[in-house]
Write a protein that binds this ligand. Structure first.
Ligand SMILES: Cc1cc2nc3c(=O)[nH]c(=O)nc-3n(C[C@H](O)[C@H](O)[C@H](O)COP(=O)(O)OP(=O)(O)OC[C@H]3O[C@@H](n4cnc5c(N)ncnc54)[C@H](O)[C@@H]3O)c2cc1C
Ligand code: SF4
Length: 497
């Protein structure tokens, strides 16, 4: 333990954010990197607990007390080495992870927890700046070939690990850029896309081949991959949106959140808006919130990203509605430490301005005479106790103005497309939610075919995708070589979808 009294002497100082008035004028990252000395001070708050719950809370099993200690001691290179044994991409998790490790930090019982996520980001940025992140080319090749379908964090983590084991890896991606939802879901103001390019460049030098604009199932059939490769990983994500089927849902002006978000990431990168994140033609190639009354349907993170993007478009008004009741301001009693807390979350996008309403039932989309969306009919959901039975009533039914509705009501399953149809013919099954079914070794019913990330577990988090990518790589390596030296997860963690 670096400084036994650190947590008594120093307060938690979270990341400094750019002022709202400045940041809503551009799409640059909101959070600034602290100085080296500030990060070392924050790391001194870690108590090096005998039982470090932070480590258990992290789906990757990051060895947090050790890297905190190394940072406090000023031994940044050692901190980077510790961090990179469990996490292939700390530059992503250090920016956008909801940090379950911090929710389970022991210090969090009666004080603000250690700023673990920010320390992680500082370590990896220092490592890049110092030139410590270099291509790690495997000393020996195995002559085994693995095809990875999908270049999100699950596919990328698996590719990195399998390449490290000496296999020849090809990553196939239907979109025009590598990165999955890191590239075309998460806004640039949360994750600058140069962080993806920087990593993909290293991975390319390590010997991984990337093929974009290639849809497996359409451009290349699974049968072909089965002939050409020794193993196949399906890491295609879970991006079929849950849409809302109520009167008026054919109005012009209602879009899935991803259509809206992916367009803005493309505009920022000066990529023509020809095809969407799925490589398909956009239903409308110019979805803009400018001067419109925007309603974001869904109170989660995707909805919050729509709020931030709408503010940058200079929307007339932004309202976010959610069917669930408003969560408590602080940790709810039914999610005590060290669990992931059920509580109200105010994102950086909410700080920039939006009206938020909970317990709202969306009844109807209202169209004008030309079929354009002009309003939403909503009502408040109230629960009434009628003779001992709880019944739901909708009250205060009203119309609110809306010319752009962004549906962020969650995702159903992986896309049921040609690839899935072909896989089904090859014994691969889907689970009851419509995702790819795989056993505890991430193997499907078709021997050579494995599945990981959102395509297997449903829409989740980047940290889980990386975790599954690493685990499936171990199992593919074992399948190919009958043994594996790839690192495995040290702990089981609290499941956080
Ligand atoms: C708007 C939004 C914001 C989010 N914000 C956060 C956040 O802040 N923090 C967080 O932790 N998580 C966040 N998430 C969730 C997170 O992005 C996902 O859980 C994660 O990206 C899943 O990784 P994956 O590799 O399994 O799949 P994806 O990232 O979905 O990648 C799958 C890839 O497979 C490709 N593909 C699919 N089918 C084919 C095919 N047939 N041929 C070739 N390629 C194919 C897709 O084009 C895609 O690139 C967010 C999600 C969304 C939608
Ligand atoms: S739980 Fe918190 S204080 Fe304890 S080792 Fe982990 S980061 Fe440090």
């Amino acid at each position: 333990m670096g400084k036994p009294t650190g947590f008594l002497e120093k307060d938690r100082i979270p990341a400094t954010k750019r002022p709202v008035s400045e940041r809503i004028l551009d799409y640059k990252e909101i959070e600034l990197l602290p100085s080296i000395s500030e990060t070392e001070t924050q790391a001194s708050r870690c108590m090096d607990c005998g039982t470090p719950f932070c480590h258990n809370g992290c789906p990757l099993g990051n060895i947090i007390p050790e890297f905190n200690d190394a940072v406090y001691e000023g031994n940044w290179k050692y901190a980077y080495e510790i961090l990179s044994t469990t996490n292939n991409f700390p530059e992503f998790t250090g920016r956008i992870c909801p940090a379950p490790c911090e929710s389970s930090c022991v210090l969090g019982i009666n004080k603000p927890p250690v700023t673990i996520e920010l320390i992680e980001k500082s370590i990896i940025e220092k490592a890049y700046a110092e030139g410590w992140v270099i291509p790690n080319i495997p000393a020996k090749r195995t002559n085994k070939k693995v095809a990875v379908i999908g270049s999100g964090p699950a596919g990328l983590a698996a590719a990195a690990q399998l390449n490290k084991a000496g296999h020849q890896v090809t990553v196939f991606e239907r979109a025009d850029q590598i990165g999955g939802l890191l590239r075309y879901g998460i806004p640039d103001f949360k994750l600058d896309k140069s962080t993806i390019d920087r990593r993909v460049n290293i991975m390319t030098q390590e010997g991984i081949e990337f093929k974009t604009n290639t849809t497996i199932g359409k451009d290349i059939k699974i049968k072909q991959l089965q002939d050409d490769f020794d193993a196949i990983l399906v890491s295609t994500g879970s991006t079929t949106p849950r849409m809302i089927n109520i009167p008026g849902s054919d109005a012009k002006g209602i879009y899935p959140a991803m259509e809206f978000l992916s367009q803005q990431n493309k505009r920022n990168a000066n990529i023509p808006l020809e095809v969407n994140h799925k490589g398909e033609k956009y239903s409308n190639d110019n979805i803009l919130a400018t001067s419109k009354n925007v309603v974001v349907i869904g109170g989660g993170d995707t909805g919050s990203d729509c709020v931030g993007t709408s503010n940058r478009h200079k929307a007339k008004s932004i309202t976010q509605i959610e069917v669930m009741p408003k969560p408590p301001i602080s940790r709810a009693e039914n999610t005590p430490w060290p669990n992931w807390p059920n509580m109200l979350r105010t994102s950086t996008s909410h700080e920039e301005g939006a009206e938020r309403f909970w317990s709202i039932s969306l009844q109807e989309f209202v169209k004008d005479e030309n079929g354009n969306l002009k309003g939403l009919i909503i009502g408040d959901i109230v629960l009434e106790n009628i003779e001992g039975k709880i019944e739901q009533k909708i009250t205060n039914i009203r119309e609110i103005p809306c010319e752009l509705a962004l549906v962020a009501a969650g995702f159903l399953h992986t896309d049921h497309n040609d690839l899935i149809e072909e896989l089904k013919l090859n014994q691969v099954e889907l689970d009851e939610r419509g995702n790819v079914k795989a056993n505890h070794l991430y193997q499907t019913e078709s021997q050579k075919v494995f599945a990981a990330g959102d395509a297997r577990r449903g829409q989740s988090l980047v940290v889980w995708a990386i975790s599954e990518g690493r685990e499936v790589a171990r199992n593919i390596d074992k399948f190919l070589m009958h043994e594996t030296k790839l690192e495995g997860k040290i702990v089981s963690s609290f499941d956080l979808n």
